[in-house]
Ligand binder design. Structure first.
Ligand code: HEM
Length: 380
């Protein structure tokens, strides 16, 4: 089996994933050099089985830039890395620390746009909201956003360089050192709600604490930007849905889950087989790359009938897998949902807000999926 191409998986993967799924929950995909899991049941089982499907592999390049973290470890080591961050990101702590800030920041950003009658909501709302939120969490408000994002860009391209076989570039090393210095300073001066983490992080070295903080920062910006942009696109594309959500506010949370199901902002997660595993007539060899397609699993018709249809009234929406499952389940999911809810509430408060289709694109991306542009118009 050779199809689909990387190009197909990047632009519109859903038809190709549906074709793969017709032959079973897993298929070898030549273009990515690994297995792709597209069935909901198997995707869940793989993510819940870190002993046989691990993230702990030298091919996982992020750890070569920032060092070992919760994202790149499994078993007892993973628990040690993740534990200090669990309580600050619990549902209650997420609400206590973020709800007010996120509501205020969403209202401020949308308020600043209101008089113009039009905006591109990914770059003018989703991205700055996600960035401000993580800046606040880590106590990095004093760092100009452009500087923070340039560190981000340098670290992401260092990861890409290493993945392509090149050595770690100096720019990546320098950016990570600058970020680490700023986080350490914030921790020392008691900024950011993660100061609690510093107290609870006794089992982590300073380098490990910094690596996990970097993973939080980078895990929390691009994904949340994509999640909000995808949600606004799904909502505004259907004026009757906007009316329903306005008159029935409880429906917004359901629409958020349904948007995550249809277009998970992180479309795939990677695992590596630690032993030979047989699944029906497929044998995965020890060391094989196993890519779990969250986008594919989320449209498995055995779980979600008529999977390509946006339907916030499904009774099993919480079975969507956009935040993964198992030990690596997203630690920031409560904060991400808060941001999506606040951003959408602020946008739906704009008079006669509607999508400008000519200025709007469909989501794209192999790993992180979001629309390049979501242009909205409203009355002033
Ligand atoms: C405030 C925002 C967010 C923060 C701080 C955050 C942080 C994190 C962290 C630290 C992890 C690693 C957990 C571990 O390995 O034990 C993680 C995992 C994950 N996050 Fe998030 N995240 C955020 C938002 C999102 C969003 C919006 C999405 C997608 C819609 C997302 C999808 C995922 C997925 C799929 C994983 C699992 C990775 C894997 O299993 O390999 N995250 N997140």
């Amino acid at each position: 089996m050779t199809a689909p191409t990387v190009e197909q998986l990047t632009t519109d993967p859903h038809p190709a994933l549906a074709t793969l799924r017709r032959d079973g929950p897993i298929a070898w995909v030549e273009s990515i050099g690994g297995w792709m899991v597209v069935g909901h049941g198997l995707a869940t089982a793989v993510m819940r089985d870190p002993e046989r499907f691990t993230v702990d592999d030298p091919r996982f390049t992020t750890s070569r830039v920032v060092g070992a973290s919760m994202l790149s470890t499994d078993g007892a080591d993973h628990t040690r890395h993740r534990q200090p961050f669990v309580s600050p990101f619990s549902p209650r702590a997420s609400r206590a620390h973020f709800a007010e800030f996120v509501a205020r920041e969403s209202a401020r950003l949308v308020g600043g746009l209101a008089g113009t009658g039009t905006a591109e909501l990914r770059t003018e709302l989703a991205a700055p909201l996600a960035t401000a939120c993580m800046q606040m969490a880590l106590g990095l408000e004093q760092i100009p956003v452009t500087e923070l994002l340039s560190w981000y860009g340098d670290i992401v391209s260092a990861v890409a360089d290493i993945t392509a076989g090149a050595p770690l570039p100096d720019s990546g090393r320098t950016a990570y050192a600058s970020l680490s210095g700023a986080v350490l300073e914030a921790t020392r001066t008691g900024h950011g709600f993660l100061r609690e983490v510093a107290d609870a992080a006794g089992a982590l070295t300073t380098a490990e604490m910094l690596a996990n903080t970097a993973v939080l920062l980078f895990g929390g910006i691009e994904t949340t930007e994509g999640m909000i942009a995808n949600l606004l696109l799904h909502l505004l594309a259907d004026p009757s849905l906007v009316d329903q959500v306005r008159s029935e506010p409880g429906l917004l949370d359901a629409a958020i889950e349904e948007s995550l199901r249809l277009e998970p902002a992180a479309a795939v997660v990677d695992r590596y087989a630690t032993e030979d595993v047989r699944i029906d007539d497929v044998v995965i060899r020890r060391g094989d790359l196993v890519v779990v397609s969250l986008a594919g699993a989320n449209r498995d018709p055995a779980v979600f009938p008529e999977p390509d249809r946006f339907d916030p009234r499904r009774d099993n929406l919480r079975r969507q897998l956009a935040f993964a499952q198992g030990p690596h389940v997203c630690i920031g999911l409560h904060v991400a949902r808060l941001q999506a809810r606040s951003a959408a509430t602020a946008v739906l408060g704009l008079p006669k807000v509607r999508l400008d289709r000519s200025g709007t694109c469909a989501p794209t991306g192999l790993v992180f999926r979001k629309p390049a542009s979501v242009r909205a118009r409203w009355d002033t």
